[in-house]
Design a protein around this ligand. Structure first.
Ligand SMILES: [Mg+2]
Length: 184
């Protein structure tokens, strides 16, 4: 890989930094590459997290976000209840260990201010640490805007929207597409 990076996505029950995290998905991808879904899933991290355990760790839930979830597809809702479902602290530690096993020095998220900040807060709250500092973070949304300033990006159809694992694959494919469009 020329420029390995992480793509991360979380599903939550709130939009504040203290949000309950119900899913974490992460993959490694080459920003310069042209991958398939299968390539991207070779070495991935995915877990759901118990809502009860989130509550025990003081994570917050908002009525707005829960109402938003009611309006999402049944596939997306059901995915939150499929195995593995880990306690909050175990999930966060496993995620941090998976990150540290990678060689990537950058982490992409749709909105790093959301996903990365909530994960960093979660790790801090269990006295663990986020291996990525602010300067390693990259925004999917900003990259798309640079590649497509005046028109919507062509659709990358990929699995179930708001399933964290499908979302990371889709977003990695989008970043490769944007890189290719900008640099040819
Ligand atoms: Mg998502």
């Amino acid at each position: 890989m020329r420029r390995p990076a992480i793509m991360v996505d979380i599903e939550t029950l709130d939009t504040s930094v203290t949000a309950a995290i119900v899913s974490i998905a992460a993959i490694v991808f080459d920003v310069h590459g042209q991958s398939t879904r299968e390539d991207l899933l070779k070495d991935h991290f995915y877990t759901n997290i118990s809502i009860v355990s989130n509550q025990k760790f003081g994570r917050t839930m908002s009525a707005d976000t829960i109402e938003w979830w009611f309006k999402q597809s049944q596939e997306a809702q059901r995915a939150l209840y499929s195995d593995p479902i880990l306690p909050f602290n175990t999930a966060l530690i496993k995620y941090r260990q998976w990150l540290e096993a990678q060689t990537a020095d950058r982490i992409y998220a749709c909105d790093p201010d959301f996903d990365c900040n909530i994960l960093a807060h979660g790790l801090e709250s269990i006295k663990d640490r986020d291996p990525f500092q602010y300067h390693g973070r990259r925004s999917v949304r900003t990259t798309i805007e640079f590649a497509y300033p005046d028109e919507p990006m062509p659709n990358v159809e990929m699995g179930t929207a708001h399933n964290a694992l499908d979302d990371v694959v889709k977003q990695a494919l989008q970043m490769q597409h944007c890189w290719n469009k900008i640099h040819g």
